[in-house]
Design a protein around this ligand. Structure first.
Ligand SMILES: [Ca+2]
Ligand SMILES: [Ca+2]
Length: 172
């Protein structure tokens, strides 16, 4: 996990660097690491309807994130968001999202691992998907017991909030 943390902090440095210089962000359009930053620049300009370089609460109201968290994003408390405040907050929100997706991925692989440990289930192709800790099981199994067993194993896996069981019996 150490590398992951380093990666995050370097992303933040990039965000800060680009927040203060908007023009170069366009030049890097398409580059993997900077894709989001230039997207933010574009989004910022689109929202800034009077083109004065800052966003008021009403200019930004079409974005759910800022409609909800305007004052949190307005770090200097001047009632408007400049490009840096906008980009920083957006980056932070994005990182939270990345974190969430990562833990869903971890849950999925744990559930898959636990299913593979089960003698009765390991040969079956059970598909596992996770969204916000909710695990979706799907695919075809041979017996009613396997459906119940797979659900039980998934539900008992660490981090799982609930299980949606869409497993079906194979028709002979
Ligand atoms: Ca404006
Ligand atoms: Ca501000």
């Amino acid at each position: 996990m150490k590398n992951h943390t380093n990666f995050k902090s370097s992303m933040l440095v990039i965000a800060l660097a680009f927040g203060s210089a908007s023009a170069p962000a366009f030049a890097l359009d398409g580059a993997m690491d900077n894709g989001n930053q230039s997207a933010y620049t574009t989004a910022f300009k689109a929202l800034d309807t009077d083109n004065n370089g800052t966003l008021t609460k009403s200019e930004v109201k079409s974005e759910k994130l800022f409609a909800k968290h305007f004052s949190a994003a307005d770090t200097d408390n001047d009632g408007t968001l400049d490009q840096q405040e906008y980009t920083n907050y957006k980056t932070k929100a994005e990182q939270k999202n990345v974190k969430r997706v990562t833990s869903d991925t971890v849950i999925t692989s744990k559930v898959k691992g636990n299913l593979l440990k089960d003698e009765g289930l390991k040969s079956l192709k059970v598909s596992v998907k996770t969204n916000h800790g909710v695990v979706l099981l799907s695919g075809f199994v041979e017996t009613e017991d396997q459906i119940q067993q797979a659900e039980k194993i998934a539900a008992e896996t660490e981090g799982v909030k609930s299980v949606k069981n869409s497993l079906l019996l194979k028709k002979e």
